[in-house]
Design a protein around this ligand. Structure first.
Ligand code: G6P
Length: 489
């Protein structure tokens, strides 16, 4: 390995994702205030063992002037972050358009946009062009910072074009790509007009990773059926070159949650909540306000449960935290009004002068408040229509000490593959089934709760975000070495 002044130099890792883990607020012409999001994913990616990591991405703000860009770049450097500057038009076409109006719904089986077909088809091409241009801008920044021997890890559906751009700059660059969403069945993927170009550019990577074995299998089938390439147990082969494809299920930093629960402020918050909801069972949903999360379906299932079980009406409360997201995309705006309408109707129907069955919050909670909420929850409802993994289910389990609450989990979340034996699995589209599971969960015997919780807790505390990141990076290093050996033979 390389050395500097007699010491072995750490390998450098460049993490590339659409978004930097910061929120940046401009305070003056050349001053910025930055807040780093301290999530488990961030500490896992920036804290891979024996690796010196930097994060490249969009800061989430438009900075048209050079003075502002220079100042922000400098401020971010202290946080090991490197910005990619995207102007408003590109953000509109690439992020709101191609990423969140086309790829995101498609990968979650919600199909391509159907209204105003002609307009969509016309704008499709310009959005795809913007997507490619944006990916090229990310590649330019990576290339500027790249040094020989670095590992480059690209993340998510925003950057499917990036592996190809990077390899065009330098075919020796070690490039990995990981998808945080599901990869859909090849029959869904083949409806996408740019299906082949995207697959080919992902295949330029050395290692391609997914949360589950099924997503990896769907990707390989898409490459065999759409591109006519050969799928092997190792990955996809194209004219003697192998792209390794494998599953790397993500986890959380469970210790961070356990530590938070020991803090006096969090304990106090737990006491307050326990007091506030005394005599009622607490059910909890925590989701970004996104159509894939199945929030309307979940609330309708809760309504059905209340309808069929009058004796529970004043004994259970549903707390739904719905974090606003992608608010410039019309589909998300529609969803917000739809959810408000349903919640209002149900609270009007089953509420009393002093209590309502659903508390719906359109905002996020800070980390400590969230931990306290998880800790007092009796039943968590994670009923995504499709979800790459869903770490809310993991976080809930990590915060359930002696309480041993029940997890109701969609069979269409990646987490169903790891927490399936402990959770009550449901088809979120089947409101009757979800309502019945709510009843089953609320009435579950302490023995069964204990058994189910033990299974989940063991998994969540032993498959951490740190392990995930380290496994991916070491596998990427090995993949490149193996490929070099093959070409030498
Ligand atoms: C999903 C995606 C992430 C994305 C996050 C928040 O989890 O897989 O890549 O960052 O949603 O969405 P946003 O559009 O606000 O970045």
């Amino acid at each position: 390995s390389r050395r500097s002044g007699g010491r072995p130099m750490k390998q450098r890792l460049l993490v590339v994702a659409n978004r930097l883990p910061v929120s940046a607020v401009r305070r003056g012409e050349d001053s910025w205030s930055l807040e780093i999001s301290a999530g488990g994913l961030v500490s896992a990616l920036l804290g891979v063992k024996d690796v010196d990591a930097k994060w490249i991405g969009w800061a989430g703000v438009s900075v048209p002037d050079e003075v502002g860009q220079r100042a922000l770049t400098k401020a971010l450097a202290e946080k090991r972050c490197i910005p990619v500057f995207l102007d408003e038009e590109i953000v509109h076409q690439y992020y709101n358009g191609y990423c969140n109006n086309i790829l995101w719904p498609l990968f979650h089986y919600l199909g391509l946009p159907q209204e105003d077909r002609l307009a969509t088809t016309r704008s499709f091409q310009s959005q795809f062009d913007a997507y490619k241009r944006a990916n090229q801008m990310f590649a330019d920044v990576v290339n500027e910072h790249y040094q020989e021997g670095d590992v480059v890890w690209c993340h998510d559906y925003h950057l499917m074009f990036l592996p190809k751009c990077l390899k065009e700059y330098n075919s020796k660059m070690k490039v990995g790509w990981f998808l945080h969403t599901p990869f859909p069945s090849s029959e869904i993927h083949r409806t996408l007009p740019s299906r082949s170009e995207l697959l080919r550019s992902v295949l330029a990577a050395d290692l391609v990773g997914f949360h589950t074995y099924d997503y990896a299998r769907h990707f390989v089938s898409a490459c065999t059926r759409i591109l006519g390439l050969e799928g092997t147990p190792e990955g996809v082969e194209d004219q003697g070159r192998l792209t390794r494809v494998a599953a790397f299920p993500i986890g959380i930093d469970s210790d961070r949650f356990k530590r938070a629960l020991e803090l006096p402020a969090v304990k106090e918050h737990i006491n307050e909540l326990t007091h506030r909801f005394a005599g009622r069972k607490v059910m909890l949903g925590v989701d970004r306000l996104d159509m894939i999360k199945g929030i309307p379906q979940k609330i309708l299932a809760f309504e059905k449960f209340l309808e069929e079980n009058p004796s529970w009406r004043d004994k259970v409360v549903l707390l739904q935290i719905a974090v606003p997201t992608r608010t410039d995309v019309p589909e998300y705006q529609k969803l917000t009004s739809q959810v408000h309408e349903i919640v209002g109707r149900i609270n009007g129907r089953f509420g009393t002068l002093t209590a309502v069955p659903i508390h719906h919050l359109d905002r996020s909670l800070d980390f400590h408040a969230l931990c306290a909420l998880y800790a007092v929850t009796d039943v968590a409802l994670v009923t995504s229509l499709r979800d790459g993994m869903n770490l809310v289910s993991y976080e809930f389990v990590a915060c359930q000490g002696s309480k041993k609450g029940v997890l109701i989990l969609s069979e269409f979340a990646g987490a169903a593959q790891s927490l399936g034996a402990g959770a009550l699995l449901v088809n979120p589209w089947n409101i009757t089934e979800v309502a019945a599971s709510i009843g089953y969960a609320l009435n579950m015997s302490p023995d069964e709760r204990e058994k189910r919780h033990r299974h989940n807790y063991a998994h969540v505390t032993t498959h951490t975000a740190q392990d995930w990141a380290e496994t991916f990076v070491s596998e990427l290093n090995d993949t490149v070495v193996e490929a070099q050996l093959r070409t030498r033979q």
